[in-house]
Design a protein around this ligand. Structure first.
Ligand SMILES: NC(=O)c1ccc[n+]([C@@H]2O[C@H](COP(=O)([O-])OP(=O)(O)OC[C@H]3O[C@@H](n4cnc5c(N)ncnc54)[C@H](OP(=O)(O)O)[C@@H]3O)[C@@H](O)[C@H]2O)c1
Length: 273
């Protein structure tokens, strides 16, 4: 079996390949990259590196030659119509070359939102289904990166974690955990035509973050609601489903013998404490 991964030079792609190498021989892995130079370190690990640009179907066709299982990592293009076109290029080639299983990194609980981002992911899922290719949809939750928007370092410096008033809850996940689960699916069997919601099994609150900040810093950090806060993240959070939970991520990670990373550890590593 040969397993190809697009977007392989990106943050998620690299983490997935690191996990996948623990499960299958490196010679079975094909890293599809836009810049061959960026894949040099992967080639040095015995992974075959192939040129692949979502905007160039000819390059996708060469990259996917002989591939039996494909992980399509969603494009980071900021224009969702461009992204959809890019994804469809990959799906068309996968169909033409009779790739036997396509995994796609979608977004968690897309039916519960009505924004271009979630429609893009649903449209890509439909394109894969319309092509009749056996699929697995890995609906990734919000990356823990969003902690960056919360000014946690300032909260520790000020003794106050300021947030916009509201009833916020979060099912966000670490890329490392997504990588463990994705590699387990890529290397495993029994995942045909399944959709996994890869989010935290419980949703947490800003109050829990404030408690963790207090524990990590050793000083009390108080949660303060402040309606003067202006940050795009709140608008985004209010339009996506960060409340619903699922055991899919935890269960898939357990296939690789790995537990979910606790929120405290994610915050500790984000703050480098
Ligand atoms: N769940 C979330 O919270 C969340 C947040 C952000 C993004 N995402 C999605 O998750 C994906 C993976 O995340 P990530 O952190 O790994 O993103 P990333 O580090 O930006 O990686 C994106 C990858 O896509 C590649 N790429 C960009 N344009 C391409 C093209 N035209 N053809 C082929 N490859 C192309 C990039 O290659 P180059 O290195 O050549 O640019 C890179 O390898 C993102 O692309 C985005 O769709 C999800």
């Amino acid at each position: 079996m040969s397993i190809a991964i697009t977007g392989a030079s990106g943050k998620l792609g690299r983490l997935i390949m690191k996990q996948l190498k623990l499960l299958v021989p490196a010679e079975q892995i094909i890293a599809c990259v836009r810049d061959i130079e960026a894949g040099k370190d992967l080639a040095a690990q015995g992974i075959e590196v192939r040129y692949c640009d979502y905007d160039r179907p000819d390059s996708i066709e060469q990259a996917l030659a002989g591939v039996s299982r494909l992980l399509l990592i969603s494009s980071p293009n900021p224009d969702d119509i461009v992204r959809l076109r890019q994804h469809v290029h990959v799906v068309e080639v996968a169909k033409k070359l009779a790739v036997s299983h396509v995994l796609y990194t979608s977004f968690a609980f897309p039916e519960n939102s009505d924004i271009p981002l979630t429609h893009l992911h649903l449209a890509t899922e439909h394109a894969i289904r319309a092509a009749g290719i056996p699929y697995t949809f890995l609906r990734n939750g919000l990356y823990m990166d969003f902690l960056e928007a919360l000014n946690l370092k300032n909260a520790i410096a000020d003794g106050a974690f300021k947030v916009l008033p509201g009833t916020w809850r979060f099912n966000a996940v670490a890329r490392d955990d997504l990588a463990v689960a994705t590699a387990a699916v890529l290397a495993g069997e029994g995942h045909h035509n399944k959709t996994y919601e890869l989010v935290a099994p419980v949703s947490w609150t800003f109050g829990e973050i404030a408690s963790i900040l207090s524990e990590l810093s050793g000083i009390p950090i108080y949660l303060r609601e402040d309606d003067e806060i202006r940050h795009w993240i709140y608008g985004f959070l209010s339009k996506i489903d960060t409340v619903s939970t699922s055991y899919d991520l935890e269960r898939l990670m357990s296939l690789a013998g790995r537990p979910l990373t606790p929120l405290k550890e994610n915050i500790r590593s984000y703050l480098k404490m």
